[in-house]
Design a protein around this ligand. Structure first.
Ligand code: ZN
Length: 237
């Protein structure tokens, strides 16, 4: 049993996802929450119950620091100026990180990369927004968007508006799950957009140079939970 903060874990072998809960006492807690993430998302599993909660992004241009932890690359905003409103509750953006390939699947399909935009409200509850990406190096609009983030610089500090990663069509899946990294605790509110976005190979290569490749937790059983789908016409920005 290792100390919680220094426990080494990974995605393969004895420290891989099947063994995370055996690596430390803190990681063992993850087993207590039965609704784990990620899951396979598709329209067939969606409940017919209507979800009409408003999702509004209030993202701003702000500073992000590049950090490496939990086996991936993170953009961390020290000032935490961006937030979203969901169901009239305010969630601050605290971290953006990446999984290669995607952890969630959409209609049985995996994508090369998934962004997790991690938010936290006043009660310290997490809401994570998942956005899946495919790669297209020749898309001019993408190049223009990515140009707003100056990647190769001496000091790993970036200034950008995270809204540039948001899809235009904001239809999303909503479900209750867990963190996808140890200690895989829950409940975590998940919003995963249905519209797949695009990134260039250059941008992905920049992330790749720091990421353990294949930092994807395998799909978890849905069990007795509900998954909602909402066509979100109310979101702005
Ligand atoms: Zn993640």
């Amino acid at each position: 049993m290792g100390d919680c903060l220094t426990t080494n874990w990974g995605y393969e072998g004895k420290r891989g996802p099947e063994h995370w809960h055996e690596l430390s006492q803190r990681f063992a807690c993850g087993l207590d929450f039965k609704w784990q993430s990620p899951i396979a998302l598709n329209k067939e599993i969606v409940t017919s119950e209507k979800l009409s909660k408003e999702l509004v992004f209030h993202y701003k241009e702000e500073v992000f620091l590049e950090e490496l932890f939990n086996n991936t690359f993170h953009f961390v905003p020290p000032e935490k100026e961006s937030y979203l409103m969901y169901d009239e509750k305010k969630y601050w953006l605290t971290d953006i990180h990446f999984h290669l390939p995607s952890e969630h699947t959409l209609e049985e399909k995996n994508y090369p990369i998934e962004f997790h935009l991690v938010h936290m409200n006043e009660a310290k509850h997490n809401l994570v927004v998942g956005i899946l990406f495919s790669i297209d190096s020749f898309d001019q609009l993408i190049a223009q968007k990515e140009g707003k983030i100056e990647l190769d610089q001496a000091f790993p500090e970036f200034c950008f508006n995270p809204a540039l990663f948001l899809p235009e069509n904001r239809g999303f899946y909503y479900y209750i799950g867990s963190l996808t990294t140890p200690p895989t605790i829950g409940p975590i509110e998940w919003i995963v957009f249905d519209e797949v976005q695009t990134l260039s190979q250059t941008f992905v290569n920049y992330l790749k140079k720091e990421i353990v490749e294949n930092n994807r937790r395998p799909l978890q059983p849905i069990k007795d939970r509900k998954v909602w789908y909402q066509n979100n016409h109310n979101s702005t920005q």
